[in-house]
Design a protein around this ligand. Structure first.
Ligand SMILES: Cc1cc2nc3c(=O)[nH]c(=O)nc-3n(C[C@H](O)[C@H](O)[C@H](O)COP(=O)(O)OP(=O)(O)OC[C@H]3O[C@@H](n4cnc5c(N)ncnc54)[C@H](O)[C@@H]3O)c2cc1C
Length: 178
């Protein structure tokens, strides 16, 4: 029997109609028992925040954040938008944030409705993990940064000025639906 392994990124697809379709539910036989492998345990990281791989909005920080403490700026915006927090590998390698936040070729591949890249240059390995996002916003003080070539909206600015202003505007809105 031919075996297939299929993985699906749910956010790559539009949600299906809640009525009108027909998809029969069938029980699948689990097949023969595995003699060489056994289930030991499932470890899940519980968080109030949406999971990076399935979040509708992702706010990511890069080396431009300068240190882990400055990620508070990202966290505050992510809280307002009910977003997941991502990071570039440079930010992870520098110890600003743990590696389960890494987006890219050797991190997670994300396809949110909105991806906000802050202080991230847009190296090809990072783009591999987020370029399919539906809307990409980049904040970078270098107007030549490659991230701007994939961004739908680009803000050439110092993130330490732009993020507090962004947060102030979000605080005024206060109507974001969770
Ligand atoms: C095999 C391999 C696999 C890799 N896998 C990944 C991966 O999965 N994910 C990944 O991200 N990378 C990966 N990388 C690393 C990748 O090549 C880049 O080095 C990395 O993405 C750079 O991260 P960065 O954009 O945060 O840092 P940088 O390239 O240093 O960019 C920092 C940016 O911040 C901007 N900036 C600085 N200060 C400010 C400020 N005050 N305000 C606004 N902007 C500012 C700068 O203008 C710059 O554009 C991989 C590399 C290799 C070789």
């Amino acid at each position: 029997m031919q075996k297939k392994c299929i993985t699906i990124r749910p956010t790559s697809f539009d949600p299906c109609e809640s009525s009108g379709g027909s998809a029969p539910i069938e029980n699948a036989d689990a097949g023969e028992e595995f003699s060489l492998t056994k289930f030991i345990k499932r470890e899940e990281i519980k968080s109030d925040r949406p999971e990076l791989g399935t979040a509708r909005i992702v706010v990511s920080g890069g080396r431009g954040m300068q240190n882990g403490d400055n990620f508070k700026l990202i966290t505050a915006i992510a809280d307002k938008l009910n977003a997941a927090i991502g990071a570039s590998r440079a930010a992870v390698d520098a110890g600003y944030i743990s590696n389960d936040h890494q987006v890219g070729q050797t991190g997670k591949v994300v396809v949110p409705d909105l991806y906000i890249a802050v202080g991230i240059s847009g190296a090809i390995q990072h783009l591999a993990g987020m370029k399919e996002s539906k809307v990409i916003v980049a904040i970078n003080k270098d107007g030549e940064a490659p991230i701007f070539s994939v961004a739908d909206y680009g803000l050439e600015a110092d993130l330490f000025e732009a993020l507090p202003q962004f947060l102030e505007e979000l605080n005024k809105l206060n109507t974001i639906q969770k």
